[in-house]
Design a protein around this ligand. Sequence first.
Ligand SMILES: [Zn+2]
Length: 374
Amino acid sequence: MVNGQWSFERSTRVMVVGCGALGNEVLKNLTLMGVQHIVAVDFDHVEIGNLTRSVLFRKGDALAGRYKTDVIAERLRELNPQIDIKPIIGNIAYDVGLGLVRQMDVVIGCVDSQWARFCINRLCMRAGVPWVDGGISELEGTARVFVPGVNCYACNMGSEGLKDLKRRMPCSGIIRRHEEAGSVPTTSLIASIIGAVQVQEALKLVQAEALADGSIESLCGKMFYYEGEHLTNRLVEFKAWDEDCAEHERWEPVVQTGVHLSMTVSEALSILRNELAAQEVEISLRNDCFVDFVMERATDSQWEVMLPGRAVEDFVMQHERLGGIPLSGLYQHELRRIGNRFPYQDLTLKALGLPGQDVLCVMADGTERFVEMK
Ligand SMILES: [Zn+2]
């Protein structure tokens, strides 16, 4: 290895999903290693309990209830005033546009649930971008690399694991968003170790030539396992690519259009018909649904909702009358196809729950097309 090769190019773009203990380490390392373009994604606030293992957070951030991504943006700018950091306050499952992921050289996952990993994998496979996963508990940690065409997180879960996960997916029937809570105890030590391995692997993934000539070797296809109590390190085979896996669909080619989030459904459909030269177009909501009403099964009483599926559970909980009905006693009416027959043509695309810079999956005269929003 030639000295000096171990730094990132100025143009490298990295997205980090999850800004907890591991995310803090990864973001700190990326910045110190010279990465200039970073997107940080997390939906949470800083809490006092985060402070013992998160190098970028301060007590004042927790007391002020600041968002983790906002704090991180500020602290990384202190480390490198030139850094271009985009904080996204949101959930990887719905709030990150595929167009943004497509701009990345690599994505680093610092999340603590299977569902979040599944969502990162889905976005990366659609965008054709490699990703590095990290997982930590108190004294143990793992790192893995997934590359479209070679190794897939969903394939490694096996069909039973995948079935079980999909049963727990939001919007697969009535309101069933019950993530396994990320309450595993962790320490700053294990976060340092795994976070360093993840950034090292990310750095390899952006060095195509050195990877190709074999002077460096990626972790792709293996799992790095570290256990602190007996100081055991292991590399185990971890590779699966099943040609039938539904998660491999690469969304390309992508057409750029003038459609943007603040347009109404009818405006967007009209532009799409025009730009795709199609008689009939229909946007498929692929990550979530839109719910117009919920109904009590026993009485057929209806309540208007008009929210993306992910927001329905909170809506129900906060609604005085609905809150008293068990979730299993409710039915939610879901819409996923947004075409001429969609009954709410004046709603904006934002109101449907789509994120900025997303790529829409559009059926245009029966052909699937991928369309990036402005
Ligand atoms: Zn797969």
